[in-house]
Design a protein around this ligand. Structure first.
Ligand code: 5GP
Length: 126
């Protein structure tokens, strides 16, 4: 069920629970600003989610409220994960769904990182 990118932060959301260690994940990377782990239902040979450690509902919320250091740290973490996964030479795609029209399902800001094959068109019909 898609969520609004404008709702108040819900500490019970699944990624908050992963951050607190209440639910396991296949971790790829962790630093002061971000946690990266494999998506449970991958849509490409490599499909990793990178999430900030702070309580942000969406990219819009993150851009509005996060400190500059958090934004810089998180942005660098996404690129670090791509490099660690060996995707820089072949290329990769990052994507963040915000709200209803994008079909955002988890109300904790996350960047999808896709790679490992030709990724096709940016927007696919349903
Ligand atoms: P969204 O639609 O919100 O942009 O993407 C949410 C993503 O989270 C989906 O790709 C979905 O497969 C993934 N996901 C949902 N629940 C879990 C979970 O418990 N663990 C992991 N690793 N990924 C999840």
């Amino acid at each position: 069920m898609p969520v609004s990118g404008l709702d108040p932060y819900d500490d019970a959301n699944i990624f908050a629970r992963i951050l607190r260690g209440e639910i396991p994940c296949r971790k790829v990377h962790e630093d002061n600003w971000a946690l990266a782990f494999h998506d449970i239902a991958p849509q490409a040979p490599t499909h990793v989610l990178v999430i900030p450690k702070g309580r942000y509902v969406s990219q819009a919320d993150f851009a509005a409220r996060a400190a500059d250091a958090e934004i810089a740290g998180f942005t660098r973490a996404v690129a670090t994960v791509a490099r660690m996964l060996g995707l820089e030479a072949s290329g990769y795609r990052t994507l963040s769904n915000v709200g209803i029209d994008a079909g955002q399902e988890v109300p904790h800001y996350h960047v999808h990182l896709f790679g490992g094959a030709k990724l096709g068109r940016m927007i696919q019909p349903d």
